[in-house]
Design a protein around this ligand. Structure first.
Ligand SMILES: [Zn+2]
Ligand SMILES: [Zn+2]
Length: 347
């Protein structure tokens, strides 16, 4: 079958048209991929950057961790899925045995395997996964849309992790990529009084505005705008950094009021200094991190919102192309594009 494979610990990837498929064993299913979407992580993996090395890839591996498809083969002992079920995949595959798994925190698993990094992923015509990585899509959600659940789930998890009731609050979001744009929508759904998206790219600022956000460039003027807009409370109530970019968290922290909450989602390339005295001690800001999704609370909330038509993921998709166009899909990142779907059925 056709697959995008990372074969060596160097810059690059291979597009293989006769990649051999492995058999389905106990507890596993084979899935025909309907769509899979590349993200910034895939670009790091292809470049084999320091971020990629830190993941400890198991090579060779089929890339692709944002995936949805249909179950076409069911292995022995599978209890939760049947032929024809349409599923989105959780890319963080928990061991189900470690301490965190046993106390119901599979998202904190100490033996976590990552789809498309440690086990073959979804930039392929088919893949084999454990049934426990599958989320059955609600009936009225198109299978393709399921490929957007993994990244949108990051936004849902971050919102829940903030533990801030967003109704009536002012929310600042750094980064209007797929996660930031989902957060813009979630904040509005939750009744936020003001949602500001900080984003350097014009095209993405335009999408953020179409979702009702005030979209500002990523600079000191954005801080002034927020402090002025929320002058009655001396700053915004909650911030989400979806970028990990240098300076982005600082713009958020400067824009927040005392005892506000900041949630870090985007992964910084390297450690950086933070003014703990000013922000954490004197301003009393709660600083949190959010990684991945919670099993399966995130998926349940997300599935409900998408199936009810409240959260619009389809508008994030700007391009559809075949697996052979993988490099083009990567190159679109950071340009005038939203989510790109790789569809195995397209040439
Ligand atoms: Zn991703
Ligand atoms: Zn575990």
């Amino acid at each position: 079958m056709k697959a995008i494979v990372k074969t060596t610990p160097t810059d690059g990837f291979e597009y293989i048209t006769d990649y051999s498929e492995r058999p389905v064993v106990d507890g596993e299913v084979r899935i025909a991929v309907a769509a899979a979407s590349p993200c910034g992580t895939d670009r790091e993996l292809v470049r084999y950057s320091a971020t990629a090395k830190a993941f400890g890839l198991e090579l060779p591996v089929v890339l692709g961790h944002e995936v949805a498809g249909t179950v076409i083969e069911v292995g022995p002992g599978v209890e939760t899925l049947r032929l024809g079920d349409r599923v989105a995949l959780e890319s963080h595959i928990a061991c189900r045995n470690c301490y965190h798994c046993r106390i119901g925190q599979g998202h904190n698993c100490l033996n976590m395997a990552l789809l498309g990094l440690h086990v073959d992923g979804g930039f392929a015509e088919r893949l084999v996964v454990t049934e426990h990585a599958c989320y059955a899509l609600p009936d009225n959600v198109p299978t393709e849309t399921g490929a957007l659940f993994e990244s949108a789930g990051v936004a849902v998890h971050a919102m829940l992790r903030s533990q801030v009731t967003l109704a009536g609050r002012s929310v600042i979001i750094a980064g209007a990529g797929p996660i930031g744009l989902a957060l813009v929508q979630l904040a509005h759904l939750s009744g936020a009084r003001r949602v500001v998206a900080i984003e350097p790219n014009d095209f993405r600022r335009g999408i953020a505005e179409s979702f009702g956000a005030v979209a500002l460039e990523s600079d000191q003027a954005a801080v002034e705008w927020c402090l002025n807009d929320a002058a009655d409370r001396h700053g915004f109530d909650v911030g989400f950094d979806c970028t990990g970019a240098p300076g982005a968290l600082d713009i958020i922290l400067q824009s927040l009021r005392r005892e506000a909450t900041a949630v870090c989602i985007g992964v910084p390339r390297q450690p950086f200094a933070l003014d703990i005295t000013r922000y954490v001690i004197k301003h009393g800001i709660t600083l949190k991190g959010s990684f991945g999704r919670s099993l399966w609370e995130t998926w349940d909330v997300l599935g409900s919102l998408v199936s009810q038509g409240r959260l619009d993921l389809n508008s994030l998709v700007t391009h559809r192309m075949g697996l052979s166009k993988f490099q083009e899909a990567l190159d679109l990142q950071g340009s005038d594009a939203g989510k790109v779907l790789l569809i195995p059925g397209i040439d």
